[in-house]
Design a protein around this ligand. Structure first.
Ligand SMILES: NC(=O)c1ccc[n+]([C@@H]2O[C@H](COP(=O)([O-])OP(=O)(O)OC[C@H]3O[C@@H](n4cnc5c(N)ncnc54)[C@H](O)[C@@H]3O)[C@@H](O)[C@H]2O)c1
Length: 372
């Protein structure tokens, strides 16, 4: 089987996880270049993973000299569009990068258009779909054991740009990839707009999909805490409601089902949570599925950029609905308006103490050890 050559930029926390997922598919990929502005980081990575490949501090030099088939960049959202533009410049046909996919809507649209127009197979890392409890939830929704799917709920403790983009993608996934028609939304709280993942402190929205299913998403401090003795970052729940019952799955491993298959009683359980699974179980199949797509599998990767863009567009529509006090129909026709985060900075009412660091403001239990 042909191996895909890969060059990776950004070897921080997530970059190492991507690298590991690629190396755990040794028949499918060959790493031919690494890049980070920090040479010490690259040195440690090469030692840890026993890699003897060219290392660069300049990403364009890496692409020019290595000419990879796959360009993986794992940096902050300020380095997304410019990386896609580099991929186009060097004729690269596959890019893999992190969420949130962009800094604003106009940028997300440009990135998606560039990838589509240039035949670039792009994936945005909404990878929690590979958690076993998430896969089981999807099977339950598809098998019919919950009846006809009517409503899908996502509840996330972290704010929108952290987990909202993930769980919006999972709502679309659980609903079979169907597109949204109309969206309404509410936002409040300016404190987390200052975070390196800017977001309102809380967002809630409702989505009407083309197949009639309703989606509901809430993110931030006001969302229900399901497991107060767990990390807040992983206290995120996706619930699928059908005409016969419901089932849910969480990032931290918990799951539940109440349906005819459980004799109408709520049955609950726990899989190993995110911190145990993120490398071993998630990133490896993520990159296996990507190699299948690159090899010509007709099914696009479940984290493909066009689906990610639709999720981004729905979240944007929730923000616009909240700011303009009206329903927003999709697709959006125009992206030339003032970015919603800039508007929120001006328009969202402040409250006493909102100048504190968001994690101090909504403190309590971000640092709790995970129960298992
Ligand atoms: N999918 C997930 O589950 C998940 C989880 C956590 C974080 N993330 C996302 O991953 C992204 C990266 O987060 P992280 O925690 O890995 O960040 P990080 O700060 O640990 O790593 C970023 C790396 O990029 C390097 N870098 C920055 N600018 C560079 C440049 N111009 N050229 C080369 N290297 C450069 C830095 O030196 C650093 O090593 C964020 O967007 C974050 O939202 C995703």
């Amino acid at each position: 089987m042909k191996k895909h050559t890969v060059a990776i930029m950004g070897l921080g926390v997530r970059g190492k996880t991507h690298l590991k997922g690629i190396l755990e598919n040794p028949d499918r990929y060959e790493v031919i270049g690494l890049c980070d502005i920090r040479e010490d980081v690259m040195k440690t990575v090469c030692e840890t993973f026993q890699l003897n490949v060219p290392c660069f501090t300049d990403v364009e030099q890496m692409l020019r000299e290595t000419r990879p088939e796959v360009f993986v960049f794992v940096t902050y959202p300020n380095l997304r569009l410019s990386m896609i533009e580099l991929a186009v410049k060097y004729g690269i046909k596959a890019v893999s990068f992190e969420k949130p996919m962009a800094e604003d809507m106009a940028e997300a649209k440009k990135m998606t258009d560039l990838c589509v127009a240039n035949g670039i197979k792009a994936v945005v890392c909404h990878q929690q779909k590979y958690l076993s409890q998430m896969q089981a939830l999807k099977k339950k929704a598809e098998s019919g054991q919950l009846g006809e799917i009517k409503k899908i709920f996502a509840e996330c403790q972290p704010w929108m740009a952290q987990l909202g983009t993930h769980y919006m993608d999972y709502i679309i996934w659980a609903n079979g990839g169907c597109r949204a028609k109309s969206v309404i939304g509410h936002v409040h709280g300016p404190a987390t707009l200052r975070d390196d993942h800017p977001s309102p402190d809380f967002i809630f929205g409702e989505i009407l999909f083309e197949n009639g299913t309703r989606g509901y998403l809430e993110c931030g401090y006001f969302a229900e805490q399901h497991n107060p003795d767990m990390y807040r970052d992983t206290d995120n729940r996706l619930t699928v409601w059908g005409t016969e019952g419901y089932a849910y799955a969480e990032t931290d491993g918990f799951w539940g089902e109440c349906s005819p298959a459980t004799a109408g009683r709520l049955v609950t359980g726990k899989e190993p949570g995110w911190y145990h699974f993120q490398e071993k179980v998630i990133q490896t199949p993520y990159y296996t599925e990507y190699a299948d797509w690159l090899d010509g599998d007709s099914r696009p990767h479940s984290c493909n950029i066009e689906t990610a863009f639709h999720g981004y567009e729905i979240l944007e529509a929730m923000c616009l609905s909240a700011l303009d006090n009206k329903r927003v129909d999709l697709p959006l026709a125009d992206y030339s308006y003032e970015p919603v985060m800039e508007r929120m900075k001006r328009e969202l009412p402040e409250f006493p103490g909102c100048d504190k660091e968001p994690r101090d403001l909504y403190k309590g239990d971000w640092d709790r050890p995970e129960r298992d």
